[in-house]
Design a protein around this ligand. Structure first.
Ligand code: GLY
Ligand code: MN
Ligand code: MN
Length: 443
């Protein structure tokens, strides 16, 4: 087995052991692999494992199910997966099969997925509580009910049906929020590849190309670095397209005088990076572009600076709101008293999203943002993005024409450390000076 595959299975085992500690005695946790989705006729989308299933198994095949059984006498991990199948393997690749899965995944038992309905009631039997995230897969919900009903129907023969259900995902998501050293290493690798991709796109930009030419540069760097897929659809937005927050058409021309906003990050070994940079096609910011850019940059740097254990989740967001409102007033795009503009949400015409989100196996990663009814404090091991922006709609008649159609976002990935934070995505130029210097080196 390749070293990274071994690491993945060892990590998953660690995660299962931690989860077992959180499960109540005499319980079972059930979760399923993602299903393969049809793209057209008989071709499928590239398969991507369900994030929680991956976190707890490391297993990347479809048609699989995991049962984690906790008893006073000890824990048991049971996998159901596709059996070895010579014909299928000739067409679509090697399957692990139950026999090999036991050793490779460090689990106790594995069975062919075709035996799921027959074996599952016996595995659930004796569990007072079932941890299962209902509502994600209606067909599976029905099957789980069927297994429980099977036990209910046989209580006179001594079957012990569960008496409680609990959602599994809040437990797993709280764990996923905290990244250990091995996870941070993968996230740093995803960040480094993505940083190189952004530099490559900056260097390739020129008048007359199309947005998709820059997307191709990103893809090239991702794939040739071993990251086959972006963590989300890459946004390459020239000119006023940058004011569409999730613009993914990427099919318009790049024009001298315009900015390009690129929001792109790869997924490396199931961990995401998420970077945004905004730069001029010509390699030189105009006066207006630079003025707005420097406000976003100031907001972003101040917000990052505030991140350390104990600080509330929304503090960096509040900082970005303050700096952006002050900056817009200074430039005349907003008028009035800063406090009142903030209280009234006047900045939302220009800055309509929050400053960040958790980052990990999912780009908008799992994990609660609240503790009780308050924003939770940062703790070491969390990773968040910080991504303020200013977007002046081309239709905004309330501001001078020279500002209209400018959209800017700057986004980095920030690991909370014991004493402060570390920016994982520092390798992409960020100040206007750094960006202009890099782009001056274009052929
Ligand atoms: N790329 C999605 C986001 O930045 O949240
Ligand atoms: Mn983001
Ligand atoms: Mn992003």
């Amino acid at each position: 087995m390749k070293a990274d595959t071994e690491l993945r299975f060892a990590q998953a085992k660690k995660h299962r052991q931690a989860l077992f500690k959180k499960l109540k005695n005499n319980s079972v946790a059930l979760l399923s692999a993602a299903t393969l989705k049809t793209r057209s006729h008989d071709t499928e989308y590239s398969y991507r494992q369900h994030s929680d299933f991956y976190y707890l198994s490391g297993f990347v095949e479809d048609q699989a199910m995991l049962a984690l059984i906790k008893r006073p006498a000890g824990n048991k991990v049971v996998l159901f997966c596709q059996p070895k199948d010579k014909t299928k393997e000739i067409w679509s690749g090697i399957l692990t099969g139950p026999d090999a899965a036991v050793g490779q995944l460090h689990i106790d038992e594995a069975w062919p997925i075709g035996e799921l309905d027959q074996r599952m009631p016996a595995l659930i039997d004796g569990s007072e509580r079932v941890y299962y995230s209902i509502g994600q897969d209606a067909a599976l919900d029905t099957r789980v009910s069927m297994w429980v009903n099977d036990l209910r129907a046989r209580t006179r023969q001594g079957a012990r049906a569960p008496v409680q259900f609990e959602m599994l995902d809040p437990l797993v998501h709280e764990m996923r929020l905290f990244k250990d050293a091995a996870e941070v290493k993968l996230m740093q690798k995803a960040a480094d590849i993505s940083a190189r991709a952004h530099c490559r796109a900056m260097l390739a930009a020129r008048d007359g190309l199309y947005e998709y030419h820059l997307e191709a540069e990103l893809q090239h760097e991702f794939i040739s670095s071993g990251a086959r897929f972006p963590a989300y659809n890459s946004i390459v937005a020239a000119g006023a397209n940058a004011c569409i927050l999730h613009y993914i058409e990427n099919n318009k021309p790049l024009r001298d005088g315009d900015l390009v906003l690129i929001d792109a990050g790869c997924e490396y070994e199931y961990y995401a990076a998420d970077i945004t940079r905004t730069f001029p096609v010509s390699g030189k910011f105009s006066k207006e572009q630079k003025a707005l850019y420097d406000i976003v940059l100031k907001a972003q740097l101040k917000a990052i600076d505030a991140i350390k254990p104990g600080v509330a989740w929304d503090e960096p967001h509040n900082i970005t709101v303050r700096v952006i409102t002050e900056g817009l007033v200074e430039l005349g795009l907003l008028k009035g008293n800063i406090k009142k503009l903030i209280a009234d949400g006047a900045y939302r015409d220009f800055y309509m999203h929050r400053a960040g989100h958790w980052l990990g196996i999912d780009v908008h990663d799992a994990g609660s943002y609240l503790k009780g009814d308050k924003w939770r404090p940062y703790e070491a091991g969390m990773v968040t993005t910080i991504e303020p922006g200013i977007y002046v709609s081309p239709d905004n008649k309330k501001v001078a024409k020279k500002w209209r159609g400018i959209g800017i976002r700057i986004e980095d990935d920030v690991l909370v450390t014991r004493n402060g934070n570390r920016v994982l995505t520092h390798a992409v130029p960020k100040t206007t000076k750094e960006i202009e210097a890099l782009m001056a080196g274009r052929q």
